[in-house]
Design a protein around this ligand. Structure first.
Ligand code: ATP
Ligand code: MG
Length: 417
């Protein structure tokens, strides 16, 4: 036998026993998106590297070290998309969907990041993202967050997920704060972790995100962003909080929340859980009013989020346990001489909306019954030459062992009852 080839590290298969939950959950979310009149946009998995360098930011973890980039035969630098916003904005600009209009968009699909694989962190993972363009208003932001809350409610995980929000103000406010932060941190440079030392010059706000304990200890007395915000940003954030409260949505203000991507301003948020260890953020997003312009379009306000789909599925499994795909409702066995009639019956039952497994492999009756048992179907239909000749079949109810002869005319109504 040849040595089998394995999948790449961090690239997962979704096996048949898991795809039911995968698909059902997506349907639940898409049904809600439809009610909010948010339409799907599908963009390529491969884009020009420059798109992400510009759109995500040169000094972010993603662009610095997490992209799958390569040079094509004609010497073009391309990357597998590490996130969905840049591509969606590129498409909107390219097709004239962003200028002077409102757009409500979502995307779903695989993203690729070269990270150290662990539970809830993979190299290919899925995101469902929403991008709302052309509206700068706390009311819109509240609506999106309330829609998120509707997701969790529909999936039965509301009590296991918490909304954290913050405002990071304008880019000027952040630049001023960045200077103050750097001048404070310079004094303690030796106590910072290596990444944070590097970020002193490239992206100081990201230091707030550091998971290093010593760095966090230094940060305890650092200047806070709030003191650098202008009145407009503060008022905007206050209004958002008021609308959320008026709609009964609980939240926690986390002043250290800055988000890893460069393009955010004002509102940022994360939905976090305590059920998934270090990979606690299930869904994250914020306002990005400069991104479209950065990518070469006309200035267009934007607000959106990315939801880590695998983390959501892990949380669902954590809360509800493993969910099996639904069984067949009916298993059909036959005596080997009435294949054509078995097929016809199966077709009729399926047309009536009944889930049918038809045993087409033949075999001894006892073996066929064993298969029926294993299938989990509660009812078995036995088709044989003698009964079919009289327009009848036998129906066996596996739970009670009861068996009855049913005429084909009444089979559907009998099974549905
Ligand atoms: P983290 O801090 O966990 O690395 P992030 O800030 O890099 O997250 P975003 O770029 O905001 O994440 O992506 C949005 C969501 O996508 C995250 O909140 C998370 O749920 C999910 N996500 C991000 N990276 C991965 C990954 N490598 N594997 C699985 N899910 C991921
Ligand atoms: Mg990350």
């Amino acid at each position: 036998m040849n040595k089998a080839i394995k999948s790449l590290r961090g690239f997962n298969d979704v096996l048949p026993q898991d795809s039911h939950l995968f698909n059902k959950t997506l349907r639940t979310l898409e049904d809600i998106l439809e009610k909010y009149c948010i339409n799907e946009i599908r963009t390529p998995y491969l884009e020009s590297t420059a798109l992400f360098a510009r759109g995500v930011g040169e000094a972010t973890d993603i662009v610095e070290k997490e992209m799958f980039s390569f040079t094509t035969n004609d010497q073009e630098s391309v990357s597998l998309r590490p996130e969905g916003t840049a591509g969606a904005m590129r498409a909107c600009i390219e097709h004239g969907l962003s200028y002077n209009q409102e757009q409500r968009l979502y995307y779903f699909g695989p993203m690729f990041r070269y990270e150290r694989p662990q539970k809830g962190r993979y190299r290919q993972f899925h995101q469902l993202g929403v991008e709302i363009l052309g509206i700068r208003d706390p009311g819109l932001e509240a609506e999106v967050l309330l829609m998120n809350a509707e997701f969790w409610k529909a999936l039965g995980i509301s009590e296991y997920i918490t909304l954290e929000i913050n405002t990071i103000g304008t880019s000027e406010a952040r630049a001023n704060y960045g200077k103050a932060l750097v001048s404070y941190l310079e004094t303690y440079k030796e106590q910072l972790d290596a990444d944070s030392q590097r970020r002193l010059t490239s992206n100081p706000l990201r230091i707030l995100d550091s998971k290093d304990e010593k760095t966090q200890a230094v940060l305890a007395n650092a200047p806070v962003l709030e003191d650098f915000l202008d009145q407009e940003s503060k008022d905007y954030f206050e209004t958002l909080k008021e609308i959320l409260t008026a709609n009964g949505l609980d939240f926690v203000v986390n002043p250290k929340l800055v988000r890893g991507l460069d393009y955010y301003n004002d509102t940022v948020f994360e939905w976090t859980t305590t059920k998934l260890g270090a990979q606690a953020t299930v869904c994250a997003g914020g306002r990005y009013d400069r991104l479209v312009e950065i990518l070469g379009g006309h200035a267009t306000p934007g607000f959106g989020f990315g939801l880590g789909y695998e983390r959501l599925l892990l949380l669902l499994e954590e809360v509800h346990g493993k969910q099996e795909a639904p069984h067949a409702q009916v298993f059909i066995i036959n005596d080997g001489k009435v294949q054509a009639q078995s097929l016809k019956i199966a077709l009729e039952l399926r047309a009536a909306g009944i889930k049918v497994l038809n045993n087409l492999a033949g075999g001894k009756l006892k073996k066929q019954f064993a298969k029926a048992d294993k299938s989990g179907a509660p009812q078995v239909i036995i088709v044989n030459e003698e009964l079919v000749a009289q327009g009848q079949v036998n129906v066996k109810h596996l739970a009670t062992g009861e068996q009855e002869t049913v005429s084909l005319d009444t089979l559907v109504s009998k099974l549905k009852a």
